[in-house]
Design a protein around this ligand. Structure first.
Ligand code: Z5A
Length: 244
């Protein structure tokens, strides 16, 4: 594949959509064809799954069902939209991708990392971003920004501790995979954040094509079992094994 796959991650309200808009203009000014998409969603079928996932009325959705639905939406998105765009040589800018599942369903919900990784393998078919930008903001900042939009979706209604676990996992991802995952301070002004992101993206654009598309097999595995840092490792894994 000759395109460039970039994902933007972070807790809700961190400024992903804003930065994707700015990055799209930056890339277009450099003559690139840019396809902007999002997860869950990006195709009619995946958007239908999104509606189920985010509907606050679906409070009975089990963690395992939630995980499978995010991955099902991703599988459709990868096959129908992401891979064809990359094969056409375009830049794909995706608002959230598999790292969100690792952070939300894995770290925050406590589902086992090995199961989440196995589903990533199936859903992505090895289609992995060359660059992932994590826009980092404190949880209270993200929730305050998102709160200005009005009604909350099902995930936004989770308690603050849930969003803290998501944020911590994104930061850990950057430690585990420093070549792919870069953290940007999202508390700065929109333009200041955009400037840092443009530099990161420009550096990748200057690389040879062969470096650009990651496959899952090349990702570094986590060093410590998830949950261990919270002092809950054993309990979580035992409970989650039963869940799955
Ligand atoms: N989810 C999951 O659990 N598992 C998965 O695998 C995937 C997703 C893929 C999708 O929700 C939910 O699904 C998400 C995770 C979960 N839920 N949560 N939490 P979504 O797509 O509807 O929403 P979101 O991804 O969380 O993003 P968002 O809330 O729309 O926010 P954002 O795109 O990061 O932020 P924004 O819209 O660009 O900015 C928010 C506001 O802040 C806006 O008024 C901006 O003008 C302002 N803003 C932006 N940047 C700045 C700066 N730098 N300074 C000041 N103000 C700013």
């Amino acid at each position: 594949m000759s395109g460039l796959f970039i994902t933007i991650e972070g807790i809700e309200g961190c400024g992903k959509s804003t930065q994707i808009r700015l990055l799209k203009s930056h890339l277009e000014s450099r003559g690139r064809v840019v396809e902007v998409t999002r997860e869950p969603g990006g195709t009619p079928i995946a958007e239908a799954i999104r509606a189920i996932l985010l509907d606050p009325a679906n409070s009975a959705l089990s963690p395992t069902t939630e995980l499978l639905l995010y991955e099902a939406a991703r599988a459709q998105h990868v096959d129908e939209r992401i891979r064809p765009a990359l094969e056409a040589g375009n830049v794909v800018l995706c608002d959230r991708y598999a790292d969100s599942t690792t952070a939300y369903q894995g770290a925050a919900r406590g589902l086992p990392a090995a199961s989440v990784d196995a589903l990533h393998t199936i859903a992505t078919r090895g289609t992995w971003p060359r660059l992932t930008i994590v826009i980092d903001v404190p949880v209270e900042v993200g929730l305050r920004r998102a709160g200005h939009r009005g009604a909350s979706d099902r995930i936004e209604l989770e308690p603050v501790e849930f969003h803290e676990r998501v944020r911590a996992e994104f930061l850990q991802l950057a430690e585990r995979e420093p070549d792919r995952v870069k953290v940007v301070n999202g508390v700065e002004s929109e333009n200041a954040v955009a400037e840092v992101i443009n530099c990161l993206v420009d550096a990748v654009l200057e690389e040879p094509n062969s470096k650009r598309t990651y496959v899952l097999g090349s990702r570094r595995r986590r060093k410590t079992p998830r949950g261990a840092r919270n002092g809950q490792g054993g309990q979580l894994r035992e409970r989650d094994r039963r869940r799955l």
